[in-house]
Design a protein. Structure first.
Length: 317
């Protein structure tokens, strides 16, 4: 009897809701799809998102950047689910609006400071956006959020008609847990310290044995292209680890890179998954000193001099 009464109550409550509420909820659900998709995509590529956060140059230190990126993943997944399911809809819209304003403030800083950032959109590295394009995108999202909030805030019937249901809360919790736990499957936040499972092709160098100096590069990265002379300096040096560069680019891109920029080193290929895992939240070129497949030292962005590499070797006899 109680279930029948509850169902009848829900039908009567739904009938009392005005059309403007449903329109507002529909707009909120569309926003929720964007937030949830953004959170899921970033959760599947957590290291890319950490690099995106670091690129804004607002937060110092890798640990803080990782913590903020991780927290945003959880927030985006939870907010998206809450907007779609109508769980505490008004407060979910407030949260979405506040988070959008924070993103807009960060984008404004990037534009004013002239910081070169390419992956500014909601969907991380999957969709390239300039800061100005992303700011326009966020402005549109904020407008829709405000309109949706205005539509759902007025009807008094919603106060009782859209009470938090257990299944809605469970859905939000599951999405939040997805944002929290999924990055762990990619080694986040530990990053790429395990080289034992790396499969390398296109080179004769075995990175799992002996001492190796490995550069993780992207053939399309201008910084990597400019670093070729410094990387060439590692080749043929006596009493020095065997050097090899690795990337996830296709064979024809690797050949073009070697010919175009005069690379004297071997350039092997690894899978995109291994590349992202090993690069973690670092920058390209990432130089890694290995001994029997274990990491001794790491340099991000700028290749170290041969003397710096020797000093790193001496510290870990």
């Amino acid at each position: 009897m109680s279930n029948v009464a509850e169902a009848a109550s829900q039908r009567s409550e739904a009938a009392s809701l005005p059309w403007r509420f449903y329109l507002g909820w529909g707009l909120a659900a569309l926003l929720g799809l964007v937030w949830l998709a953004a959170g899921v995509i970033k959760a599947l590529e957590p290291f890319d998102f950490v690099r995106q956060v670091a690129g804004f140059q607002l937060v110092p230190g890798k640990a803080m950047q990782t913590a903020i990126a991780w927290g945003l993943l959880v927030a985006e997944c939870a907010l998206g689910a809450a907007l779609i399911l109508g769980y505490r809809l008004r407060w979910a819209l407030v949260g979405a609006g506040c988070l959008t304003l924070i993103f807009m403030g960060a984008l404004g800083w990037v534009i004013l400071a002239g910081i070169p950032v390419e992956d500014c959109g909601c969907f991380g590295s999957q969709v390239k956006r300039s800061p100005k394009e992303a700011l326009l995108e966020d402005s549109l999202m904020l407008l829709v959020t405000v309109v949706s909030g205005w539509l759902v805030w007025k009807p008094q019937a919603t106060v009782t008609a859209l009470q938090p249901r257990r299944w809605r809360g469970l859905g939000v919790l599951l999405c939040a847990l997805f944002g929290l736990l999924t990055p762990l499957a990619f080694g986040f936040p530990l990053g790429g310290s395990d080289w034992s499972r790396v499969k390398v092709s296109g080179t004769t160098v075995n990175v799992a044995t002996g001492e190796r100096l490995v550069a993780l590069i992207d053939t399309e990265c201008s910084h990597c292209q400019e670093s070729v002379p410094q990387l060439n300096a590692y080749v043929g040096v006596k009493d020095f680890p065997l050097f090899v560069a690795l990337c996830s680019n296709e064979e024809w891109r690797r050949k073009f890179f070697i010919q175009r920029f005069g690379a004297k080193f071997e350039l092997g290929e690894i899978s995109k998954e291994d590349f992202k895992r090993l690069l973690a939240d670092g920058d390209t070129p990432r130089i890694v000193l290995l001994r029997q497949g274990k990491v001794l030292a790491v340099w991000n962005g700028t290749p170290p001099s041969p003397d710096e590499v020797r000093r790193a070797r001496a510290k870990r006899p």
